[in-house]
Ligand binder design. Sequence first.
Ligand code: SF4
Length: 270
Amino acid sequence: MVKQEVIEFRQSDLGTAELCLEALRRNYADPQPEKLSTDLVRGNVVHAAIEALGQDMIDGKRPTIDRMFNAAQLSQDWYFPRVHEDGWRETQEKTELIIMNNIEAFFEDVLPELSVPDAVEKPFRHLLYETETEAVYLKGTRDWDDPILGAVDWKNPGRKPAAWELQRGDIQSTVYLWAMAQEDGDLDKTREFHRVHLINGDVDWVTIRRGPKDYAALTEKVHAMVQLHKAKLPVWPMTWKGWYCSPKWCDHWDNCRGLHLGDKPWPAST
Ligand code: SF4
């Protein structure tokens, strides 16, 4: 009897695969310690504050901005001492200010659009497909399951992303809405994923719709990745184009392209 291999992809793995397949392969084969940056701290702290607020709402408590600030303070106290020496992209003071501005923007402009969530930070792991030789699962964690809106997700970027690019290529929305469809058993319905960008006190709200055609395309895409995985190649295709392939963003730079280009490959303006 053929042994069935269980293969799992995190939603973030599919995102990494879009940036560079070789980076994804190395994440598993050659994991590097995470270099905590102030960008990550900003996002994680705001997430912690929103999660605390959402959990209070689920528990029947009145949402207050002080609850968010208290949760943010606790989270900041944990994160800032752990920022990597190369991870200071902003000062602590500037990062704290942006966090505060984003929390205020969330409380004043986003929260009124939301209902008491069904869940916050909800993990999922569902079977995408299986054959005799493999069972393929997708997993992830949804920020906020809203009973009216659907999946809502927070981002704390430095600048507003292009909405048309997200509509065309965003994979997180496809995976999260596919997971919701698995959970309520209705794969035919078109659902909404709300990607809320908090940008230093400004709110940019992008609604992405996904349905059965997107889920079929997702299955094809993951199937292709499974074939790559099963080929047991020593290296996968490398993507140099775009922002990711740089010492600033890719944790594998030093052991990959950086072996040839060093840690200051380009003038500061490029
Ligand atoms: S350094 Fe560039 S090519 Fe190498 S894994 Fe990172 S993104 Fe890919």
